[in-house]
Design a protein around this ligand. Structure first.
Ligand code: AMP
Length: 285
């Protein structure tokens, strides 16, 4: 497995596979964008890429532009050596790990803004977050020239923003969404779970509990957003140490709030456990 540090190296790798005279038939390049601190959620994306593609690139880049000034950019977990070992064990062909200067050259003034969607859900509470995400993912898509990129449903609003961006910019990279990987007790895996104390780890289960409760109400026929949100609020009320940021039912394409759950609607919660912000969601059937 190679470790590439520059956009030029990544582009050369991808183009050699695509255009060289001995390029294999059936060649399919998969990209798995991550911020590192890899866990089984990330691994599931690498495995999906491995299963669907002939060549797999995993990017590891803690993207400063998607963090707000008071957020956890500086203390975000970083474990590059272990990440590379995991990527190698999953048979990734390359890890792309650029510097900040490589992704944002001096004087960089170009950003990708997905209007409308970026102001909903997480974007409402994290101004500029989706602009940072869209910008870095556009840069990765352009550099890697991948056929397919793999993202987790864990960040469902991000998926909606990136689908809109890809359609609007007519980018040729297909987006594949992989299911949320959870711990045995239901907690959605997240690099930020490493911030939680043992007590907070137990409190954090409130998010998945609320999501499961809403899924089961929908399975029983409840469709009204107000009722579903109230049921989730009740679960959070039982754990006052957890501070809810938002609980919403939204259209998964536009991220606009919904009054009634239609199939494919996105139910999403964001909450603080101590100083750690966690998210969880379900796509309702
Ligand atoms: P991150 O490193 O947190 O930016 O995440 C990189 C990718 O991994 C994103 O597409 C996430 O949605 C995905 N991901 C993170 N956690 C999980 C999880 N628990 N299950 C599935 N995918 C995940």
């Amino acid at each position: 497995m190679e470790i590439l540090r520059t956009v030029e190296e990544l582009r050369r790798w991808s183009r050699a596979l695509r255009y060289s005279p001995c390029a294999e038939a059936g060649r399919r390049i998969g990209l798995v964008p991550t911020m590192g601190a890899l866990h089984s959620g990330h691994i599931s994306l690498i495995r999906a890429a491995r299963a669907a593609c002939s060549h797999v690139a995993v990017s590891i880049f803690v993207n400063p532009t998607q963090f707000g000034p008071k957020e956890d950019y500086a203390r975000y977990p970083r474990s590059f050596e272990a990440d590379c070992a995991l990527a190698q064990a999953e048979d990734a062909n390359v890890v792309f790990a650029p510097s900040i200067e490589e992704m944002y050259p001096s004087g960089a003034a170009t950003f990708v803004e997905v209007e409308g969607l970026s102001e909903h859900l997480d974007g409402r509470f994290r101004p500029g977050h989706f602009r940072g995400v869209a910008t870095v993912v556009a840069k990765l898509f352009i550099a890697a020239e991948a056929d397919v990129a793999f993202f987790g449903q864990k960040d469902a609003a991000q998926v909606a923003v990136l689908r809109r961006m890809t359609a609007d910019l007519r980018l040729s990279t297909e987006i594949v969404v992989c299911p949320i990987v959870r711990d045995a007790d239901g907690l959605a895996l997240s690099s930020r779970n490493s911030y939680l104390s043992a007590a907070e780890r137990a409190q954090a289960l409130t998010l998945s509990r609320a999501v499961r409760q809403v899924e089961s109400l929908v399975a029983q026929g409840e469709r009204r957003a107000a009722r579903l949100i109230a049921a989730a609020q009740k679960i959070f009320a039982a754990e006052p140490a957890v501070r809810v940021e938002f609980i919403e039912l939204a259209d998964w394409s536009t991220l606009e709030p919904l009054e009634t759950a239609a199939p494919g609607a996105l139910f999403v919660v964001a909450a603080y456990v101590g100083s750690t912000r966690l998210i969880d969601n379900a796509i309702l059937r």
